[in-house]
Design a protein around this ligand. Structure first.
Ligand code: NTF
Length: 808
């Protein structure tokens, strides 16, 4: 058990470490160092402090013969790390003082760090929060993923439209990682399967190298550190000298370029066709490397494969690493000579699968011909897995169907536990996508409601609120977030409410200044900040928010003398490059913003801002400054949401539907502190069965009709009046996500928000109660429950908050 916190360095000592790195690692003297050099020196100095707990954790795990958790994820949306590491080491004051003593502005250096944008959205950010919580709870764990050279794209707006450029976070050195050139595995693709007697051997046609890069992830108080191991693709043969000598210079480097393609970019998850084969290769690449690494570690500890389920828990973050099942079975059967059924059982004993979406287009299916071309032996094994399943359960559900390999079914059948990510979502998983499989394996599905790390999402991103909370209830909450309940009585205390309001006001000024300096937009920090920041998707209904904005604009102009509550509508988010409708929605937001923001009649009352390139760091800035959190997806579509938790934690009440984790947030904060509207998931299903439901909804809503007509007649696109005809036609004729049906109720809920906001005391009380009552949504709670219910893994730090249940 580890329970000793190492003594912190003094600011003076730490300054010396920084200076040493500036000279020895960066090769600069203080006079000539750039902000980049200072940032590197600071990061490396912090990284040094993580090494000791990191080694100690590995040693402790080894000595305790503890079970390890392996979290396989195509995405880790890590963001910046300096503050994360500094605060988890409890060295933020020391680090800031050290930098000050060296004449540097700590905050500025912190903000110079580019985001590690190795993810799209919620799924990737969840993986990053889980890494923080695994380390905080002291559970031995590895995160395994891909070291994308370019992460997701960078978003720009040109004439209101999204433009994507390559994201270049790795053109600078990444201070946090250690390259492990000795940890490399050959990964094959394609080729043939050789049979001899009962045995099969895969002879791949093409081979590349998976090469490891390790980033230590230290938990709260610096007690424990795990590893995030990301794989980079490299060629087996780096350079072809023969081609070069023939003068074929491009050809000489071709092998390298081809191999590296595999770890170049992260595909936006919701596009359909593009790069299908490449994506399958990426999935196999990182999964196969991880499984090989897991087996190598098992071997090195002198264990046999029979022990796997006792030693190893592998969690599949969605279906992207689903090939882990067949790959593990392949290695056990073809290389370790186990019987097929035995191998399948052992693999299942290790595997858990988390489902993050019910959207059919996001449930992966690979056309058999592609699958066979890339992974011929795995296709045979999938057939074996399918027949073992059919035989054991008598189920009619197949993995191979209509010419596709269905990765959801494969993951379900190969996992001993399958979980959804909110109570509602898990129910829907049972009732819809996996209805039959749930009947076949009734104990397999369980719920694990998502969570967020309180370190990044309150302690670090909202320093003034942190101080206020510390002063009010003490400092235990970052490791035990439900202690925030102790704030509840303070919601009646006028002095506390004033202080809470002042924090929010200060955070809003910070955002107003940033909008002015970085985006040349002026906003009034006294206006209500109303934010919808997330990926742009039809089901998330940014379009409904925008229609409400247009309707409000009309209303204000019709009644200029009414008592309007000034609002700033903040949008943020990227659309997948191939998602045409989402990109049109972005264009429309920017077009509407241009017209409304230029209208003198609503000046000071209504403003739309949409800063480009939303990412984790922008969220950390915007969330603490937000008054109203928009969580308005069509019920039954948002698996959980985690932004909803971040806003509530930072004192922004939600306007939302009964979808995903909104349901549980509302139960906890209290219905009176949540602005509910809209159809329920069951009503959505019923409504979709009706004929012409959108036409009917539009017919009864004058406000909606008017807004739609304005958009389709070019009021917001005078130079190109037909620009949005298709978008509006779709709402009139189909409207799959029921924007029109929920519109009036949403508009009414927004007016309830207006009146509630007008009474600032009661609004602040609502905000406080949101903060006070969402402690349950800490990812520490989520991880403790995964450890108990799925992994049977345990904390190895004494005195830490233990996972509920038994501890060795
Ligand atoms: C997302 N899924 C869901 O859309 C969110 O509701 C949820 O909060 C996060 O996962 C985390 O569980 C995906 O990104 C994907 F890829 F599955 F569609």
């Amino acid at each position: 058990m580890l329970n000793e916190r190492r003594n912190l360095l003094t600011a003076e000592q730490f300054a010396e470490v920084i200076l040493n790195h500036l000279t020895s690692s960066q090769g600069k003297d203080p006079e000539h160092a750039s902000i980049y050099d200072w940032r590197m020196a600071l990061s490396l100095a912090l990284r040094d402090q993580v090494i000791r707990p990191w080694f100690a954790s590995t040693r402790t795990t080894y000595e305790a013969e503890a079970k390890r958790v392996y979290y396989l994820s195509m995405e880790f949306l890590v963001g910046r790390l300096i503050e994360d590491v500094a605060t988890n080491l409890r060295a933020e004051d020391v680090a800031a003082a050290a930098m000050r003593s060296l004449g540097q502005d700590y905050g500025q250096v912190v903000r110079d760090e580019p985001d590690a944008a190795l993810g799209n959205g919620g799924l990737g950010r969840l993986a990053a929060c889980f890494m923080d919580s695994l380390a905080t709870l002291g559970i031995p764990a590895y995160g395994y993923g891909i070291r994308y050279e370019h992460g997701l794209f960078e978003q720009h707006f040109k004439d209101g439209q999204q433009i994507e450029t390559a994201e270049n976070w790795l053109t600078q050195r990444y201070a946090w990682e250690f390259e492990r050139p000795e940890v490399r595995y050959e990964i094959g693709f394609g080729g043939t399967v050789e049979k001899s007697g009962q045995t099969s051997k895969w002879i791949p046609a093409e081979t590349i190298i998976a090469s490891a890069y390790d980033t230590p992830v230290v938990g709260w108080n610096g007690l424990w550190a795990n590893t995030l191991r990301l794989w980079a693709a490299k060629p087996v043969k780096v350079f072809d000298l023969d081609s070069f000598n023939r003068g074929e210079y491009l050809a000489a480097s071709e092998l390298e370029a081809l191999a590296r393609t595999i770890s170049r970019v992260l595909y936006p998850d919701d596009t359909s066709e593009a790069g299908k084969e490449l994506r399958l290769k990426q999935e196999y690449f990182f999964t196969a490397a991880s499984i090989k690494d897991i087996l190598r570690r098992l071997d090195s500890e002198g264990r046999v494969v029979r022990d796997l389920p006792q030693r190893v828990a592998i969690q599949l973050n969605d279906t992207h690493p689903a090939i882990a099942g067949p790959e593990l079975v392949r290695l056990l059967v073809d290389e370790r000579k186990l019987e097929m059924e035995n191998a399948i059982d052992i693999a299942r004993g290790c595997l858990g699968y988390t489902n993050h979406t019910l959207l059919p287009e996001a449930l992966e299916r690979w056309p058999e011909p592609i699958f066979k071309r890339v992974l011929p032996r795995h296709l045979e094994i999938v057939r074996e897995i399918e027949s073992a399943h059919l035989k054991a359960s008598g189920s009619p559900v197949r993995i191979l169907e209509d010419g596709d390999v269905k990765m959801g079914e494969l993951s379900f059948i190969m996992a001993h536990k399958v979980n959804g990510v909110s109570a509602l979502h898990s129910d829907l998983v049972r009732e819809t996508v996996f209805e039959q499989l749930n009947r076949d394996y009734p104990d397999r599905i369980l719920n694990q409601t998502n969570g967020i790390t309180p370190r990044r999402w309150l302690h670090n991103c909202n320093p003034d609120l942190r101080i206020l909370i510390n002063d009010t209830i003490g400092t235990g909450w970052p490791a035990d977030l439900e202690q925030l309940e102790k704030l509840v009585p303070h919601a009646q205390d006028a002095g506390f409410l004033e202080a809470f309001k002042a924090v929010k006001a200060k955070n809003k000024v910070r955002v107003a200044n940033w909008l002015k300096s970085h985006h040349y937009i002026a906003v009034d920090p006294d206006a209500m900040f109303d934010a919808q920041i997330k990926r742009i998707h039809e089901y998330k209904r940014q379009l409904m928010n925008l229609l409400e904005t247009v309707a409000l604009w009309n209303e204000i102009r019709d009644n200029p003398n009414a008592d309007w509550v000034p609002r700033v509508k903040i949008f943020g988010g990227k659309a997948a490059p191939g998602y045409v409708v989402a990109k049109q929605i972005i264009h429309l937001i920017n077009d509407v913003a241009a017209v409304i923001n230029a209208d003198p009649q609503v000046k000071g009352l209504l403003k739309i801002v949409y800063p480009e390139n939303y990412n984790v760091s922008m969220a950390e800035l915007l969330i603490p400054a937000t008054n109203l959190s928009e969580q308005i997806s069509t019920a039954g579509n948002e698996a959980s949401g985690t932004g909803n938790m971040k806003f509530a934690l930072n004192g922004a009440p939600t306007i939302g539907t009964l979808d995903g984790a909104n349901v549980e947030i509302r139960e906890r904060v209290g219905a009176e502190n949540f602005f509910l509207f809209g159809l329920t998931a069951a009503e959505v299903v019923e409504r979709r069965k009706q004929q012409n439901y959108s036409a009917a909804a539009i017919a009864v809503s004058q406000r909606l009709s008017r807004a739609l007509e304005q958009i389709e007649n070019g009021v917001f696109s005078p130079g190109d009046p037909d620009r949005y005809q298709g978008l509006v036609q779709d709402l009139r004729q189909k409207d799959y996500f029921l924007v029109t049906c929920d519109f009036d109720d949403y508009f009414a809920a927004q007016r309830r928000v207006d009146s509630a906001y007008a009474d600032q005391d009661s609004w602040t009380r609502m905000a406080v109660l949101n903060t006070a009552r969402v402690g349950w949504f800490s990812s520490d709670r989520t991880i403790a429950d995964y450890a108990k219910d799925i992994w049977n893994a345990h904390s190895l730090i004494g005195g830490a908050r233990q996972p509920k249940g038994e501890v060795p």
